[in-house]
Design a protein around this ligand. Structure first.
Ligand code: IVH
Length: 754
């Protein structure tokens, strides 16, 4: 059917709107609409295209994923070679570069474009008539690999350029990177599923892009940052690198937020220092900064040597990896009893910080990386993540290197260490009898996002547990001032303050309380979903697996077997009247259908007739979460947690000492629920952009609602309150996964309080 003009016009309008919002989001870092409104527009377009497939165009924002897996990458020749950069490893070498350039151009103060040197993968994007036609890796600089289908899945790469004055042919140069936060999440995921982890974000970006199946690339949070151009045919004339970059930006290509124009050596030097100090806070790994002579005519004058331009240089920062020796491996016990191997290292400088300990994550990782005591290893640190051992230099292994063994007993309490089959993590079986687990769970219970007991720090909890003043969380609320004042580093005043803080913490909300219990894999957002879904703690405690997840189909039958079986059932001749159902099924010769599974199937369906009427959907095992974030594993943790008598007793004890929260069922039954006067207690907010009232006023109000207002964003920030013209903080918040609120969102959050 030919789509009506109205549908065609609507699809065009939706695409133009989506293009505009992509630009606001990825390039200007200043979205006009929230994410769900964007998703609605995208879904509207998807629906329209589903109805009229003729309307689908390759540059439609709906067409990012969808290409079939490739057999191999094709080779692509770059129209203009992709060069590399000379390095300056010291301020002196940078000065020598500036002097060289100044001399060659016969000028003192040369203007440079300055940007961070992102540690990712160089990519060339070819746009023809404004549409992305090809994306290729750098390769040997002349020819690279065609990764178009993979790069299309990167959301910050425009599939079509904005505006209309773009060159007929345009090669865009830039870097594909994996933000540090996404890298940590990806590796955690790989580790959990027993796969090899990536050594650093650059390897992870390269590995993600070099996936033959673009659907895999699409699951990786890659980003693109543009820093230059290759072949350009047509389009506006630009005299400088900076102008050209601004044009690229207008066409929808994201530039580095730290892009600047600087003057002379002094400008370069100041820039290098400034970005160096900022390095840890950037959402991406950078290994230096790049300076490029700004005037394109000057670039031409300077030309090239070998494969690097004379008009550009990379100033390198100290590496975020260093070599050192593993002196010992010790095991730490966490809140849930997880026994984690930690390498004690000969102290070494990594990216400007001394590192003496690094995590080895779990025993599978120790085996996979084959780390032994005495080995020389690479350690890596970046941003605020825990340093880790990346790999061993096997050629430097001493003859007496010692293998690492998982201890049979907990190093803290002596209970057995157990490692359930199929799990990477070993655990101390001492439960809350283990002082290490007790300390860690109390620290979690008191932490900011849990009950937020101000002044109850880690050291204090260690003392309370060691002196046996506190066994379970309820004991905290039974402490008196005299007991507290007798502890190290505690005066009368701080003891009194802590008693007052404990008193405040008694009144909390259900989500915080659930989170504070420290149930395995129940983080803050899952705790919130549970509180919303169940309304009261008693309802949650009484829940069974089926209240969290719904199972359908036949356990053990995966999608592939289900398809094969459904096809075989459809083709099969009628069974003989006396046929034995299980044997008849096995006689179909379906791969993966074992006798126990066939027995389960017959039991599940009852009769062969019912079974023969089933399609693949009915057959395949599937679990559906009824509560956001709760799959079968978390459901099992929840049920097991509330089934244990010591946990039920601990909860009863907490209620007894007066810990309370408003519950939904209570709200419905007996009306007056204590109003939550400090809904932002324990939350940290950062403010950015222009708001409807002066900042100090807003800050004071937030503080009155219990919030801490901080000047800088980190992984510990709960919310970013963003006003008009919010800039880099907004991007950083997104990269860190910090929730962003506008003023209306804030009002909704505090629900009329204050
Ligand atoms: S310019 C002629 N700018 O560094 C200029 N490169 O050693 C060629 N890189 O392969 C590159 N950030 O992958 C340039 N802001 C930046 C960069 C950058 C990272 C990488 C790029 C290139 C390598 C050069």
């Amino acid at each position: 059917m030919n789509p009506p003009d109205s549908a065609r016009a609507r699809a065009e309008a939706l695409r133009a709107e989506l293009l505009h919002h992509n630009y606001r989001y990825y390039v200007l870092d200043d979205p006009e609409i929230p994410d769900d409104a964007y998703d609605r527009l995208l879904r509207a377009l998807q629906t329209l295209e589903a109805e009229y497939p003729e309307l689908v165009s390759p540059d439609s924002p709906t067409q990012r994923v969808g290409a079939e897996p490739l057999a191999a990458f094709a080779e692509v020749e770059h129209r203009v070679p992709m060069l590399s950069l000379d390095n300056a490893k010291s301020a002196e070498e940078l000065a020598a570069f500036a002097v060289r350039v100044g001399r060659a151009l016969g000028r003192e103060a040369v203007d440079f474009v300055a940007e961070p040197k992102l540690d990712g993968l160089a990519i060339n994007l070819t746009y023809e008539d404004g549409v992305l036609r090809c994306a290729a890796t750098r390769g040997d600089g002349r020819r690279g690999e065609d990764v178009t289908a993979q790069v299309r899945t990167v959301r910050s790469v425009p599939l079509r350029l904005r505006g209309s004055d773009w060159p007929r042919l345009l090669e865009v140069r830039g870097e594909i990177v994996l933000p540090t936060a996404g890298f940590a999440r990806l590796n955690a995921r790989m580790r959990e599923s027993g796969q090899r982890t990536f050594a650093n974000p650059r390897n992870a970006a390269a590995g993600s892009l070099r996936q033959l199946d673009p659907a895999v690339t699409a699951t990786r949070p890659l980003a693109f940052v543009c820093y230059g151009f290759g072949a350009v045919e047509g389009g506006p004339a630009c005299a400088t690198q900076y102008e050209m970059l601004q044009a690229l930006r207008d066409w929808g290509l994201p530039l580095s937020p730290q892009l600047e124009r600087v003057r002379g050596l002094d400008g370069c030097d100041a820039y290098q220092r400034r970005i160096g100090a900022l390095r840890e806070q950037l959402p991406y790994d950078i290994d230096g900064v790049v300076f490029k002579v700004d005037a394109l005519a000057d670039q031409e004058t300077l030309g090239f040597v070998a494969r690097a331009p004379r008009w550009a240089i990379a100033f390198k920062y100290p590496a975020q990896e260093a070599l050192t020796r593993v002196e010992a491996v010790e095991f730490q016990v966490g809140r849930t009893g997880a026994v984690t191997p930690v390498a004690r290292l000969a102290p070494v400088q990594v990216g400007g910080v001394t590192v003496a300990n690094a995590t080895l994550h779990n025993m599978d990782e120790v085996v996979r990386k084959d780390v032994r005591i005495g080995d020389t290893v690479y350690v890596r640190r970046a941003g605020d993540v825990i340093p880790e051992v990346v790999r061993v230099l096997a050629e430097r292994r001493p003859a007496d290197a010692e293998a690492v063994a998982l201890p049979a007993h907990c190093p803290v309490c002596g209970a057995d260490v157990v490692r359930p089959e199929g799990e990477a993590v070993a655990r101390c079986s001492g439960g809350l009898y283990c002082p290490a687990q007790r300390k860690e769970s109390l620290k979690h219970f008191a932490s900011r996002r849990a009950l937020d007991i101000e002044g109850l720090g880690d050291k204090l909890i260690d003392q309370l547990v060691e002196r046996e003043l506190v066994h379970g969380p309820a004991d905290l609320f039974r402490l008196d001032q005299a007991q507290l004042a007798g502890l190290e580093r505690m005066g009368e005043k701080s003891a009194a303050n802590l008693i007052a803080a404990l008193d405040r913490a008694r009144s909390t909300d259900l989500a915080r309380f659930i989170y504070a219990l420290g149930i395995r894999e129940v983080g803050e957002s899952t705790a919130r979903a549970l509180a919303r879904g169940f309304g009261s703690l008693d309802a949650l405690m009484a829940a069974r697996e089926g209240d969290f997840v719904q199972r359908r189909g036949v356990s053990g039958i995966g999608p592939v077997t289900a398809e094969a079986l459904a096809a075989a059932l459809a083709d099969a001749a009628d069974p003989a009247p006396d046929a034995q159902p299980v044997d008849w099924l096995l006689g179909l010769g379906v791969r993966g259908l074992t006798r126990p599974r066939a027995e389960t199937l017959v039991e599940h369906f009852g009769t062969l007739e019912a079974l023969r009427a089933a399609d693949a959907e009915d057959l395949r095992a599937e679990t559906r979460s009824l509560i956001e974030g709760v799959g079968p594993v978390v459901a099992a943790h929840l049920v097991a947690f509330f089934a244990q008598s010591h946990n039920r007793e601990a909860i009863a004890a907490l209620r007894e000492v007066g810990v309370h929260w408003p519950e939904q069922s209570a709200a419905a039954d007996d009306a007056p629920v204590e109003p939550e006067a400090r809904p932002l207690a324990g939350r940290t907010l950062v403010i950015t952009g222009t708001l409807s009232r002066p900042r100090p006023e807003i800050k004071a109000r937030l503080e009155a609602l219990g919030a801490r207002v901080s000047g800088s964003l980190s992984g510990k920030t709960d919310y970013l309150l963003a006003g008009e013209a919010a800039g880099s903080k907004l991007t950083r918040a997104r990269d860190l996964g910090v929730e962003v609120l506008d003023e209306a969102g804030l009002e909704a959050l505090i629900g009329g309080a204050g």
